[in-house]
Design a protein around this ligand. Structure first.
Ligand code: PMP
Length: 285
């Protein structure tokens, strides 16, 4: 199926859409993005994604490509034109096209704005039932992972290396503790039944799914501790899981060849996935 995509003000068939060779997203990875999940044709946690986009833009001095209402309208139009029932909407915002120069272009350079959809089964997926196996890889990314930039080369290398080693994904490790997954946040449930997750900082992306999941954990009387954990602590944990807009809450059943708990998805992880999906369905717009 030929998708309709949105590029700099126009909806176009994907095979006719184009961006400039001089777009700084392409030349310098000078761009940020958001990924919003879609359930039953509605956008999950859209306001939170827009808040994070605003923050990413402001941290990098990037211009807002459109108002939040306009961005919502573009998302909705794209979902509708592509008849997207379940999947993801990607939105990329770049510093625009300008002669190649390390210096930022003049402030009045129009930002680039690209959106596209991807169909995906988010609610029912095998990995939610079986759990995933992960390996650890050193975190060699830059020091501002809180900004959702399109610099995805290292996560891409790490995920490819994980696959090469027969695993599903990688957790990134720095200074002896886990930062996050290649494209998700990392969490464990320890022997006391406490959900342990790294606190927010520049070291990790401030996951929208993480925030929603933590809210739901507290509402459901699951104790939460915000602190870093080591790989060894994760391997000895009762449960482990990841969160992201595409994985929702997905169990981790093996870390560097060692089973987590009994090697099957744990009850707290299963419960969190179930209540997360119910809440996402209920609040999507
Ligand atoms: N960390 C990283 C590095 C990511 O790329 C992502 C997904 N974009 C996440 C965490 C999860 O964020 P969210 O829940 O907002 O999808």
């Amino acid at each position: 199926m030929v998708r309709t995509v949105y590029v700099n003000g126009a909806f176009r068939p994907e095979n006719e859409a184009c961006v400039s060779v001089f777009d700084r997203g392409f030349l310098f990875a000078d761009a940020v993005y958001e990924v919003t999940s879609v359930l039953s044709g509605r956008l999950v946690d859209f306001k939170a994604h827009m808040a994070r986009l605003r923050r990413s833009l402001s941290e990098l001095g990037l211009r807002k490509p459109a108002s939040e209402d306009e961005l919502l309208a573009i998302h909705r139009e794209l979902v509708s034109r592509n008849d997207l029932d379940e999947g993801l909407v990607y939105m990329q915002v770049t510093r625009g096209a300008a002669d190649r120069d390390f210096l930022f272009p003049p402030d009045d350079t129009p930002p680039g704005l690209v959106l596209f959809t991807q169909t995906s089964n988010l609610r029912v997926r095998p990995q939610a039932e079986t759990g995933i196996r992960i390996v650890s890889i050193p975190d060699l990314r830059w020091q501002r992972r809180d900004i959702k930039t399109v610099q995805l080369l290292y996560p891409s290398m790490a995920k490819t290396e994980a696959k090469r080693r027969g695993a599903d994904d990688a957790w990134l490790v720095e200074d002896g503790v886990v930062t996050e997954g290649t494209s998700n946040n990392a969490h464990i449930v320890n022997a006391e039944g406490t959900l342990v997750t790294r606190d927010l900082s520049h070291a990790i992306l401030h996951g929208i799914t993480r925030a929603a999941m933590l809210r739901l954990a507290e509402e459901n009387d699951i104790p939460v501790e915000l602190r870093s954990f080591s790989l060894e602590e994760a391997q000895a944990a009762r449960e482990a899981f990841i969160t992201s807009a595409s994985a929702f809450v997905t169990p981790v059943v093996e870390i560097d060849g060692r089973p987590v708990g009994d090697g099957t998805p744990g009850p707290i992880t299963r419960k969190l996935r179930q209540i997360y999906i119910a809440e996402a369905e209920r609040t999507a717009i």
